[in-house]
Ligand binder design. Structure first.
Ligand code: AMP
Ligand code: MG
Length: 322
């Protein structure tokens, strides 16, 4: 398996492969997705298999405009429209009522009466969606439960052996700018509910729509959304969160100024200036680098639980679950 630069020519080739039932990994602003036609049962079955993803964890359908959303959903509440107008394209996934006459494969929805949809804010993703001109499912392009990919090389390492050179393709559009998955809000229950904190900060959303916000549901053993399993986003190393200093045998993953006297430890820093956006962008790539060094245990500095830090902490808590 080879990586192809996301040129217009290669995006056109990727679109043809998708239309023939192939799988294409492409960059979004959150993480790299593993795309297939949302109507193609066989291709989607292969996506589940390639990732080792349980079939009861439904997939996000990616589209490039509102017209496509209207063709697959119905009864969009006014409050959801407010967020659509404000935040799409962007790192926000909405759970909406599925339109039965539409052709999104039922396995993409794990047989639910609802569907998760998003317009990604990335030129490569949008161009690919436009050329294909139909919805694509695109879960993160990594082995299920492990770290999400923020570079094309991560996709190649995780899934290269499971993809088919002739049918599939990996498009390289550089590192993803947000680096953490989308915020998921469910509009099909009694009130709008955040199912997963993510790349879009919840606090400003409340200006438009009051959402009930589960600060972190990462400790739940019974997931409230089919895909919110306790263990997820896990590196091979075990994680010790809210650490002040690395202990013997641990690597250090800092945030803000590092503690003194840790020169003898393997160390990385999510953001020396304590910038949460920078930390989110670096999170998965740095955990992958530490895994590569065969580190067994990583001590991680406390990350402030605000803005995108809420999503970072959600991923770290899940990543530290066994
Ligand atoms: P991922 O593809 O790994 O980014 O995960 C997508 C997330 O959206 C998972 O947590 C899914 O459980 C959730 N999701 C997708 N479709 C639905 C749905 N119809 N209802 C509730 N949650 C959903
Ligand atoms: Mg994922």
């Amino acid at each position: 398996m080879k990586i192809y630069k996301a040129t217009v020519k290669n995006i056109n080739i990727a679109a043809k492969l998708l239309l023939k039932g192939g799988i294409v990994s492409f960059p979004t602003e959150t993480v790299y997705g593993l795309g297939a036609l949302a109507c193609n049962k066989e291709a989607i079955e292969r996506v589940y298999k390639v990732k080792g993803r349980p079939k009861n964890n439904p997939l996000i359908v990616h589209v490039y405009n509102l017209e496509q959303i209207l063709s697959i959903t119905e009864n969009i509440p006014n409050e959801a429209y407010k967020l659509i107008r404000k935040y799409w394209p962007g790192p926000l996934t909405l759970i909406l009522k599925y339109k039965n006459s539409s052709n999104i494969s039922s396995i993409a929805r794990a047989n639910l009466k609802t569907v998760a949809v998003r317009i990604p804010n990335h030129p490569v993703a949008l161009k690919l969606l436009k050329v294909v001109n139909q919805p694509l499912i695109a879960p993160s392009a990594n082995i299920s439960e492990h770290l999400s990919p923020t570079k094309a090389s991560h996709v190649l390492k995780d899934l290269g052996n499971n993809l088919n050179d002739k049918k599939d393709m990996i498009l390289d559009g550089g590192s993803t700018s947000i680096g953490i998955e989308s915020t998921v809000i469910d509009f099909t229950g009694n009130k709008p509910t955040v199912l997963r904190p993510g790349g879009l900060n919840i606090t400003p959303i409340n200006k438009y729509v009051k959402v009930s916000y589960i600060e972190s549901n990462a400790n739940n053993t019974t997931p409230i959304s089919p895909g919110l399993f306790k263990k997820h986003y896990a590196p091979n190393a075990s994680l010790r969160l809210n650490a002040k200093f690395p202990l013997e045998g641990e690597a250090w993953l800092g945030f803000g100024k590092d503690p003194k006297n840790i020169d003898n430890f393997t160390k990385m820093n999510l953001s020396l200036t304590a910038d949460l956006d920078e930390a989110a962008m670096n999170l998965f790539a740095m955990l992958r680098l530490l895994d590569k060094k065969n580190i067994k245990k990583i001590a991680i500095k406390e990350i402030p639980n605000k803005k995108i830090g809420i999503a970072i902490n959600d991923r770290l808590i899940r990543g530290s679950s066994k």
